[in-house]
Design a protein around this ligand. Structure first.
Ligand code: MN
Length: 149
């Protein structure tokens, strides 16, 4: 995904978020943001450094911390790699308005990525272990995230 949609949705004179540009080769980092959104309510955002951007999913109930739990993950626009350290308050009235904090971050190891399924190992402080993101058939941006071990 390119950053066009990310940039189109934001007013960079008004938001503290980075404008960003696509970066070179990834370091396989991830971040989970705690987003206290005025519109959508509190949710987590999972962002994986992949192909020069942060591929992003909004996870309304947060990532599972134990095996056997599936959670909805809605894919959203890719974010710039600079966003990996972003914390702040997006002003009221702007896209994504509300406080953003880092819930967890670290590296991940990609096990494999086969079209509609991404398998990886998260190596965060809170989130550790094997996770799978599986795209739901016939749904535009809806995926499931589950933990296996
Ligand atoms: Mn969000």
């Amino acid at each position: 995904m390119s950053l066009k949609e990310y940039q189109r949705k934001r007013k960079f004179q008004e938001t503290p978020e980075p404008k960003g540009k696509a970066a070179e080769a990834g370091k396989n980092r991830f971040v989970v943001h705690d987003h206290y959104a005025e519109h959508a309510g509190h949710h987590h955002d999972l962002r994986l450094e992949m192909r020069g951007v942060l591929e992003s999913w909004a996870v309304p109930k947060g990532l599972p911390e134990k095996p056997g739990i599936r959670r909805l993950a809605v894919q959203v626009e890719a974010h710039p790699v600079d966003y990996i350290n972003f914390q702040g308050k997006i002003p009221s009235g702007l896209y994504g308005a509300g406080k953003v904090k880092i819930f967890d971050k670290g590296k991940y190891q990609l096990i494999d990525r086969l079209g509609d399924r991404i398998s990886l190992i998260l190596k965060g402080k809170k989130l550790k272990g094997e996770y799978h993101l599986i795209k739901m058939k016939g749904r535009k941006n809806q995926w499931l995230i589950l933990k296996t071990k």
